[in-house]
Design a protein around this ligand. Structure first.
Ligand SMILES: Nc1ncnc2c1ncn2[C@@H]1O[C@H](COP(=O)(O)OP(=O)(O)OP(=O)(O)O)[C@@H](O)[C@H]1O
Ligand SMILES: [Mg+2]
Length: 396
């Protein structure tokens, strides 16, 4: 935080003048004040303050009325300190104000030293909060880059396996088949049998290479998209296991962003593996729906269920990766994922994503823009960060 922006509203102009002087002497130069409570919201939007000083008793709109309006504007999860200026020190009004989101109080008449100390403390907490948020965003960016790098490496190896190794094995198989038909060989039954063994070993290797390549990253995910890949992949699972598999989906006019397709595919892949490995399920259902402006993915199995909270704790402790990976993928795609499971009652995984999933490159751009804004003193706070993200939904 460069120069903290402070916004004050108090119908008592003398109080405003005194506070402006106290703050100026303490080095706070970016202070805006208004005696008209009706102007606060417009000033809040213009200044994007780091701290607000709010009188309690004012004509038109009281401090408590303004608190209600501010709570709808302050980005969720952010820490914007609001200090109530009041001569009314009754415990009821303090409790009322605290309940509505006030962080501290300054009693009139003001004690200049106390004013400065309280404001400095709150601004320090806000700065720490912003730092934490920035570091979290950086970590998310790194995780997203790692996942993107992992996907592109898988894509490369899958392609190499399928197109290079698969082709070479096919050539060897054709050569063996040609040799098998040569008179010198076809006359010797042992030679024919040995070539037949080699051909069937090569067929097996070709099948393994194809499966490995698909498991790494199915090429059809990039070519045909999520729906067709899931259809194919679930049909294949149903054909090779006793599981009854159902897939329902809405119609989507256009392809979803790559990051979103990859996240959904990997989540279904892990859920399917878990259902096969742990659930002892008979039925596995996947639904992909256009929810309320969101993409909803619902995955259910009717297996033995599990205690998802303790499995989560064990996973955080390093016991496993699958559940955490699903949650992380959903979060990095801008969504969230919940697991509902109870012993004997099966497992339901619900994930919801915005259609414009962020990419690592877009997150970096947003972070750089935010930094530029804040170093220009142009409201480099959460509100502007939040404005930067909706435009991040390009295909990666
Ligand atoms: N659908 C399910 N039905 C029953 N138990 C499940 C299901 N999904 C997960 N579990 C339980 O939760 C645990 C953690 O799942 P998680 O996917 O994180 O790990 P894992 O499958 O054991 O290993 P991996 O890290 O390879 O995925 C599993 O070991 C299993 O006990
Ligand atoms: Mg697993």
């Amino acid at each position: 935080m460069n120069t903290p922006r402070i916004l004050m509203v108090d119908d008592d102009s003398d109080a405003l003048l005194l506070l402006t002087r106290i703050l100026g002497q303490a080095g706070f130069s970016n202070v805006r004040a208004t005696p008209d409570s009706r102007e606060l919201i417009a000033l809040y939007q213009e200044l994007q303050p780091d701290l607000i000083l709010l009188d309690l008793m004012m004509p038109h709109l009281s401090g408590l009325d303004l608190l209600v309006q501010l709570q709808t504007l302050i980005p969720e999860g952010s820490f914007l300190p609001i200090v109530m200026l009041t001569a009314d020190t009754s415990p009821t009004s303090r409790r009322d104000a605290l309940r509505r989101g006030v962080h501290d109080f300054l009693s009139k008449p003001f004690d200049p030293a106390e004013v400065v100390l309280r404001i400095k403390n709150l601004l320090k907490t806000r700065a720490l909060h912003l730092d934490l948020k920035e570091q979290r965003q950086h970590l998310q960016e790194v995780s997203m880059r790692l996942l993107e790098a992992q996907e592109s490496e898988r894509r490369r190896v899958a392609h190499e396996l399928h197109d290079e190794i698969g082709q070479l094995l096919t050539v060897v198989k054709i050569n063996l088949q040609c040799n098998q038909r040569r008179p010198a060989i076809s006359a010797v039954p042992e030679d024919v049998a040995s070539i037949e063994d080699s051909i069937s070993a090569i067929d097996h290797a070709i099948g393994r290479v194809r499966d490995l390549s698909f498991d790494l990253r199915p090429a059809m995910l990039d070519t045909f998209g999520l729906i067709e890949t899931l259809e194919w992949c679930l049909e294949k699972a149903a054909a090779h296991s006793p599981l009854e598999v159902h897939f329902k989906h809405d119609e989507f006019e256009a392809r979803l962003p790559v990051a979103l397709e990859t996240a959904c595919f990997r989540i279904v892949q892990e859920a399917l593996t878990n259902a096969m490995r742990h659930a002892n399920a008979c039925r596995f259902d996947v639904q992909l729906r256009k929810g309320d402006g969101k993409l909803e993915l619902i995955i259910q199995d009717d297996g033995c269920g599990f205690d998802s909270e303790s499995a989560h704790h064990r996973a955080v402790g390093g016991a496993s990766l699958g559940l955490l990976g699903m949650e992380e993928r959903a979060e990095l795609a801008g969504g969230h994922l919940e697991i509902e499971s109870k012993g004997g009652k099966g497992t339901t995984i619900r994930a919801a994503f915005p259609f414009n999933a962020p990419t690592a490159a877009a997150l970096t751009t947003a972070a750089v823009l935010t930094k530029l804004h804040s170093s220009n003193g142009e409201g480099g706070n959460e509100a502007s960060q939040e404005k930067a993200s909706p435009a991040l939904g390009d295909r990666a």
